[in-house]
Write a protein that binds this ligand. Sequence first.
Ligand SMILES: Cc1ncc(COP(=O)(O)O)c(C=O)c1O
Length: 411
Amino acid sequence: MPERVEQTIDRETGQLAVLGGTPAFAERLHVGRPNIGDRARLRERFDDLLDRRWLTNDGPFVQEFEQRLARMLAVRHVVAMCNATVALEIATRALGMTGEVIVPSFTFVATAHALQWQQITPVFCDVDPATHNIDPARVEALITPRTTGIIGVHVWGRPADVTALGEIASRRGLRLLYDAAHAFACATGGRMIGSFGDAEVFSFHATKFLNSGEGGAVATNDDALAERMRLMRNFGFAGYDQVVYVGTNGKMGELSAAMGLTSLDAIDEFVAVNRANHSAYGAALAEIPGITLVPYDGVERTNYQYVVLEVEEAETGLTRDELQRVLWAENVMARRYFYPGCHLMEPYRTYFPHAGLLLPETERLVTRVLTLPTGTAVDEAVVGRLCSILRMAVEDAPRVRRALPATGDGA
Ligand SMILES: Cc1ncc(COP(=O)(O)O)c(C=O)c1O
């Protein structure tokens, strides 16, 4: 259901806001507005945890959350954490990754930071322009004597090439971790994402398909690895006074687990809404030249959480950034992802000033990609209105371009 999205497009003139019309939406429409499950059930869970006075430290809700996730993903272990960034740090450390680890640059910066935070060098690999995921054909050329692992990212909930990456990792004796922050409730090759590589890391951040406010988890079939991660997320405590590792505080609390469980109850509904929105976007965008909706066709099972456009300026007459400014003026807060690429963010930009030479597809992609709002805050009427803004902008591209200020970051 749309939540408080008012429909106030300027019907007098039908004018785009950048050309002087009234914004199409009275309130800002954000990418990643949280999906909220059954509030009554959430309140019941909050009452339960308050009654128990058990707020953190491996409480009953965290245990239930881990068990339900493990069952759903068909893995032996799920270790819930405070967020995916700390989960990535703990997983890489527990896997013994050191030296250099190969990662895509086309990812959220946390994938690289989780390594750098532990003095591990992220070595950036280019992506396959068709899938937006790390290109396995380019991985081997980056392996050096210092390489200990690979982190694949399932961007947009579209699985990375787990077969090719698994083959390279086992042949070259490397650890293989997946950043599955986007890919909860997705599957490939008859298996749920969560069961590939040595381990997979999920994010349950507010903007993600399944949210626990803040939160994350690592899924693995490796008993010893799961045990090490459980110790590491709790300061390395093996008993009341017995510390056996350098640990950190990576625990998920009971409030987050209550939220996570309530979201988990509602995932079928969330998928259905995302799927309907995605196909409405597909239908409405099909006629606009130069704008391609990144499809989920051929993905066995996905959460449809991301509506991603690729903009071809030669056909639209407007750059991706210009279209973003058109949308922002209408209160549609479309986002560039993962602009400008990790390798152009600090400290990587300073450490590896020439990294871009090996990342031509990434550098092209970050200028083309624009993500649009979806989820339970959006419905087909919103999609229709939003796409008509894009259509009007492309049809009137020269005028729109003249009306936009010459420079600007986003809108
Ligand atoms: C690909 C990717 N990796 C890691 C993260 C970090 O997740 P968290 O915010 O839970 O730390 C995010 C999103 O925030 C992400 O999109």
